[in-house]
Design a protein around this ligand. Structure first.
Ligand code: FE
Ligand code: FE
Ligand code: ZN
Length: 281
């Protein structure tokens, strides 16, 4: 029988000490996947990563039966800014990030679709799809995930329809998937507490559940529909532990990597990882 785990759970880790160190840290936390920023999330710099270090991590991931990793693009990467220089910088970041991701074949690269900064959602969608079409290649081994957003300000991706349209307009849509952020989806107005099945049916109708590849597993500080995007620790927010448990155990989601982006220190992440693993018993 397969000894692969029934759920993949982990949190964001810092890449400061390199690739293999992240794998070792997650092992010590009791998890079996993780996320990391491909570069400083607020700035633009990326660490030089050694081939040897990446190979050591690949070996650890295989040996320990980790689920796919979910790397995160920089928050400053805005493919649909009204500012042309910002857009060009974003395309450059995307391209370089994707080149580096090939060191970890089979991983996911998640990013925030972007903020249209006044150009309108339609124009934003067109720019995002165009930039993706230019950066994705037929031979790449990474799947690029569009993150569901809270719809804060001029953010694109607060409605499932917007993500669908980006995918439809992109020339290499076979390389695209979606990352489902529970805090964002709730803040965008979808009722994950009262009608989880309804939300997933809607996701399936609009995007298709086969595109759903990863979950950002967060509680939310705010009411449904607030569009605020403030993450909370599991069970301490508006979603609550019961609804989060139903999400983690839902058959449409339960084989995906679940990444905690909750406001925690290491001890808090370890506790949450064990809470989620405990739901399987
Ligand atoms: Fe994110
Ligand atoms: Fe997220
Ligand atoms: Zn968020």
């Amino acid at each position: 029988m397969s000894d692969s785990p029934r759920i993949y759970i982990g949190c964001h880790l810092s890449v400061t000490d390199g690739y293999e160190a992240m794998g070792k840290t997650m092992l010590s936390f009791g998890g079996n996947t993780f996320a990391f920023f491909t570069r400083n999330p607020r700035g633009g710099k990326s660490k030089e990563l050694s081939l040897e270090d990446a190979a050591a991590l690949r070996e650890l991931l295989a040996r320990e039966h980790f689920g796919p990793l979910v790397a995160h693009g920089s928050y400053t990467m805005n493919l649909c800014s009204a500012n042309e220089q910002t857009r060009e910088n974003a395309k450059d970041m995307l391209q370089k990030d994707l080149e580096r991701m090939e060191l970890l074949p089979g991983s996911y690269y998640n990013f925030h679709p972007g903020s249209h900064t006044g150009q309108g959602t339609e124009a934003g969608i067109a720019q995002i799809a165009q930039a993706l079409g230019a950066s994705l290649t037929p031979q790449m081994q990474t799947t690029v995930l569009l993150e569901t957003m809270a719809g804060n300000g001029s953010e694109v991706g607060g409605r499932f329809e917007e993500l669908r349209e980006i995918i439809d307009r992109c020339e290499r849509r076979e390389k695209l998937g979606v990352c489902f952020d529970t805090c964002h989806v709730w803040d965008a107005g979808y009722d994950l507490v009262g009608d989880l099945d309804g939300v997933l049916t809607e996701f399936d109708r609009v995007i298709g559940l086969e595109r759903l590849r990863a979950v950002h597993f967060n509680d939310s500080k705010n009411e449904r529909g607030s569009r605020k995007d403030r993450h909370e620790k599991l069970g301490e927010g508006q979603l609550g532990l019961e609804a989060l448990r139903r999400i983690a155990l839902h058959p449409a989601l339960s084989s995906l990597p679940f990444i905690l982006e909750t406001p925690n220190d290491d001890a808090g992440y370890i506790r949450e990882i064990h809470t989620v693993l405990g739901w399987l018993d």
